[in-house]
Design a protein around this ligand. Sequence first.
Ligand code: BG6
Ligand code: MG
Length: 217
Amino acid sequence: TKTSIIFDLDGVIVDTAKFHFLAWKNLANSIDINFTEKENEQLKGVSRIKSLEKILQWGNKELPQEKFDSLMQQKNTEYLSFVDQMTQDDILPDVKSTLDFLKSKEIPIALGSASKNAKRILKQVNLTHYFDAIVDGTVVTKAKPDPQVFLTAAKQLDCEPQNCVVFEDSVAGVQAANTAEMLSIGIGKTSVLGEANYVFSDFTEISQNFLEKLLNQ
Ligand code: BG6
Ligand code: MG
């Protein structure tokens, strides 16, 4: 059986998590809500709408729909101003060599992201051509931890879920992969991503030997 690999985008392929954090923090502070890195951790992998709902919950605030929509748009405008400055230097360490290695082995590769900006970001850092399937926030109706995003990607690659490996930096994403019965590999801290089958701090920690084993299991 052939293994396929599904990558999350934000925080796995590119270092955009810091931009999301900045933009959410500015938004929260503008409506007098305190926003910490710990809260931000709970927004990773979470859709734009759900993220704002959570921030308002934490701050005990309710907003009329119109204000809610305009804040969400304001956040995205600020976020995109960072994204548009990105270069290939914003690709996280050893991600590109990992993609090259998988390509050389003719391994099907998919993107599984909650972001509606995914295609724009891949294009900005010149990685689009690596992906055989792109399943993003414009396609998915059920947010992580629902497995829909990864199951859709598996289907598009024509791969059984049990033969898929998922790289994820968010708790919600690791849970989604586990629920999909895929092998989950956390990128980040073991203290946060303990539910993953394996955790590495980043791709520099993942040896070619380990990748070979994943492909041959
Ligand atoms: C996820 C990020 O990948 O995408 C979240 O981890 C983000 O922080 C979500 O909110 C939605 O992204 P976007 O680009 O559609 O606002
Ligand atoms: Mg992520």
